[in-house]
Design a protein around this ligand. Structure first.
Ligand code: URP
Ligand code: ZN
Ligand code: ZN
Length: 468
């Protein structure tokens, strides 16, 4: 199958260019100036007129949780529903988190994730491994997993008794990463201190969803970020902060980067747009739909403007969603009388490309930075470049046709994620996905999914390509 996408503006991480793109089989065969002799007389099976549209490398969402167990339930998107929704939003690769819980073994835990995903994904996928119990066996497994293409490991400074690692365990895992080249992904919140605040709030009868946020102050993300950076420097390992939400944490990352250290961070759309007061503090039980960790931050501080600035200046290297959806019915409702029982997480895998594009529309980011933070850098950060994350000859033909002039409104009635509410209800989007190809196969045509579950392949990843 040969597809010629002609007349569009290709958005590279280096800037926009008027270029024609030829997809041949599963790969990009050529990226050439319009009217180039190279493509004259070419017999394409489909010619796509991209006039007035952007041609982007497929989005890479490096932080998702499909079918993730949490608090007695499972996140509500399967690998099938979640990857179809991702495709609708212009994401063609996800990196999900396989989980070793405290007390479980790494290998069988990972096998469970392979079983969940295999044959179900509509787009390509890979895994990070959550280490919920850093012991000698887990440290040995890290080396083996790196050889098998699972080259990043998440550790938690939060959730004592569930996923939590203490500083000694973190240091040992970082030392191992310094040896085997892995990248440690860090959930940086001081979970021991948070648990004290949570118990005190509960004892005072403060049980509404907003107290989830109030008991997880941004200082405790800043503190944990600082500590993790020091541990990484002692170990001589790079560190990557997931779901960075707060100015204090950003300041720690920025200072470390200014000092030349291999310290990286992602943020997520929810921290750029939603707030503790307006969303987690919404009337009744609605706020439960926004309960995630770290929590949404107060609007009475500069968190959001700082995060946008961080994205511009590269103190924040990329954007992921932390897609971890739970329905209101029977899931978020578990915490109706006590915020401690609300499953933590929000859904958004479908909306990341659109939501960050709004930053282009409002002048926060350039087109190039949009693509860099949502596709090219995720590929480099997690060892997938140049197979993914770039429109270049030889790369996988993961391509998004994006119409900057279309408009749509996000909401539960139109989204494709398996969630019975939308955290993004009523958000008006300028621009939208017009078509998506995954390894040369069209998977989205306008509003329709035209791909198939099982098309997605597991991606063995290399080491991070971001070290300096
Ligand atoms: O609340 C969240 N973020 N749930 C998903 C698990 C995690 O910590 O990323
Ligand atoms: Zn986390
Ligand atoms: Zn997460």
């Amino acid at each position: 199958m040969r597809t010629l996408i002609t007349g569009g503006t290709v958005i590279h991480a280096t800037g926009p260019h008027q270029q024609d793109v030829l997809l041949d089989g599963e790969r990009i065969a050529a990226v050439v100036d319009p009217g180039s002799d190279l493509l004259s007389g070419l017999d394409a099976d489909e010619v796509v007129d991209a006039t007035g549209k952007y041609v982007l490398p497929g989005g890479i969402d490096a932080h998702t949780h499909m079918e993730m167990p949490f608090g007695g339930t499972y996140s509500s998107d399967t690998f099938e529903t979640g990857t179809k929704a991702a495709a609708h939003g212009g994401t063609t690769t996800i990196i999900d988190f396989a989980i070793q819980k405290t007390g479980e073994q790494v290998r069988p835990s990972l096998e469970t994730w392979f079983e969940k995903a295999e044959g179900d994904c509509a787009i390509d996928y890979s895994f990070h491994m959550i280490l919920g119990g850093v012991d000698d066996q887990a440290l040995k497994e890290m080396d083996v997993l790196v050889d098998e293409g699972i080259t990043s490991f998440k550790l938690f400074m939060a959730y004592p008794g569930v996923f939590y690692s203490d500083d000694g365990q973190i240091l040992r895992a970082m030392q191992r990463a310094a040896d085997n080249g892995a990248l440690i992904n860090m959930h940086a919140e001081n979970g021991i201190a948070i648990d004290v605040l949570v118990e005190q709030a509960a004892a005072r009868g403060e049980t509404d969803p907003v107290h989830h946020g109030i008991t997880r102050p941004s200082r405790l993300e800043g503190e944990a970020t600082h500590r993790a950076i020091q541990l990484a420097l002692v170990a001589g390992a790079p560190v990557y902060f997931v779901h960075l939400s707060a100015s204090e944490a950003l300041a720690e990352v920025a200072a470390a980067r200014d000092a030349g250290h291999n310290v990286f961070a992602e943020t997520c759309p929810q921290y750029l747009y939603l707030t503790l007061e307006d969303h987690m503090g919404a009337p009744g039980f609605q706020g439960a739909g926004y309960v995630a960790s770290p929590p949404l931050r107060t609007k009475h501080a500069s968190h959001q403007s700082d995060l946008w600035r961080g994205l511009r200046t590269d103190d924040l290297t990329m954007v992921a969603t932390d897609h971890c959806p739970f329905c209101m019915k029977d899931q978020k409702e578990l915490g109706k009388d006590d915020f401690r029982a609300i499953p933590n997480g929000m859904g958004g895998v479908e909306h990341r490309m659109d939501l960050i594009h709004q930053g282009v529309v409002t002048g926060e980011l350039s087109l190039a930075r949009w693509v860099e933070t949502c596709s090219t850098t995720p590929a480099r950060m997690f060892g997938l470049y140049p197979q993914k994350g770039v429109i270049a000859a030889g790369s996988d033909a993961d391509v998004v046709l994006y119409d900057p002039n279309s408009k749509h409104t996000l909401g539960v009635d139109t989204h494709h994620m398996n969630i019975d509410y939308s955290a993004w209800e009523g958000f008006e989007m300028s621009g939208g996905v017009a078509a998506v190809w995954s390894r040369g196969s069209k998977v989205i045509d306008g509003e329709s999914f035209v791909g198939r579950a099982g098309h997605g392949r597991f991606l063995k990843r290399g080491l991070t390509q971001m070290l300096r």
